[in-house]
Ligand binder design. Sequence first.
Ligand code: PLP
Length: 370
Amino acid sequence: MKIPFFRYEHVFGQQREEILSAMVPILERGSFILQKELEHFEAKVAEFAGSKHAIGVADGTESMILALLAAGIGDGDEVILSSHTYIATASAVHFVGAKPVLVECRKDRLMDPDDVRKKISKKTRCLMPTQLNGRTCNMDEIQAICREDDLILIEDSAQALGSKWKGKCAGIFGFAGSISFYPAKVLGCFGDGGLLFTQNDKTAETLRELRDHGRNRDGLVVRWGLNSRLDNLQAAILSVKLKVFPQEIERRRAIARIYHKRLQELEDLTLPPGPDEDTDHFDIYQNYEVESGQREKLRVHLRNKGVGTIIQWAGKAVHQFHGLGFDNVKLPFTERFMERCFLLPMNTSLTDGEVDYICEQIIRFYGGES
Ligand SMILES: *Cc1c(COP(=O)(O)O)cnc(C)c1O
C-alpha cells in the first residue's frame, strides 16, 4: 500500500464538479474582490461556528496580526502563547511590535495554564492560546486567567474550526479568533486564506477596515490598514466545502476512533486524547499527533511500508529556533515532547482499510500480532 501523509489533489477531486460550477460564474462575471460570494461564505461559516461575525482575510497569520492591531496591542506589550505552536502565532505578535512570551504545553499538548500564571508580568496584555491539532483548550481555565488579570483573549484556532469546549466552538471565546484555510487544514482552500471570528460589532467593523486599506463602507480611509482580503473565488470554493464539512469532521473522528482502539495498548506510543474520552471536549483531529521513544525507527519502518508521516514544524517548538530572541528560554516539558512527537496520516481521503493497514504496521513494529 502507498499512503502519503496528505493527498493535496483530493482537496479538489472529492468535489470536482460542484467546485467548478461554483467558480465558472464568478470567473465569467469577473467578481474577484469583496463580492457577494465572500459575504455568503462569511455568513455561512459564522452560522456554523455560532459566531456573530466572520471576516474573511488573506491567511491565518495575517488574521492574528489584524486581531492584535484591532486590540491595540503593540510596542512594550507582552503576549503569552504556547511554544508548541506554529511560528506564525509568535510572528504575528512580533510584527505588531509586541513581545511573544512562550509557555509550556501540558499532557494534552495545549497551553499550560499553570505556566501562564507564572509568566504574567505587568506588561502582559493578551493571552493567545493555540487550539492545537483540532482540540480546544479548557476554556474555563483560560478565561478565568483573562478575567483575573484583565487580559485580552485572542485564539489561534487555525487548526480548530468546528472543535468545541463544552459545546462552544473554538475561535468565539474572546476578543477574536483566527482561522486558517491553508489547503491541508481541516477546511482548506486552493491557496492561502483565513478568517476572523468576533462577537463584538465594533471590533468587526474595525477588522473589516483593517483588512481593506483602512477603508470604511463608503470607501473613505479612516485608519491605517492592510490589504488582507479573502479572495472571492476562494470564498466560493470554501462555501462548497463547508457543506460537507460536518461529515468530514465525523470522518476524522471515526479515523481517530480506529487509531485509538487499535493502538492504545502499545506502551511506547502515547496517543492524543480519544474522541469519546472527555465529553467537555469535541475534537476535530486536524492532526493525529503521537509520541514515541523510538520515533525515528518507527517512522523509517512506516516509510518502508509505504506510510508517510511528518514531524510538525521541523520538530521544533518556537523557542527552539535560534536567533528569534528565545535563546535563553527553557521549557523542559515541551522540549521532551518535541523529541518524541510525530503525525500519523489524518485526512478524509483515508479509507478504513488504509487506517487498519497503518495500525497493523505499527503493531508489527512493536512485535505484536495484528
Ligand atoms: C496553519 C497555522 C497558522 C497559520 O495559518 P496560515 O493561513 O498558513 O498563515 C497559524 N497557527 C497555527 C497553529 C497553524 O497551524
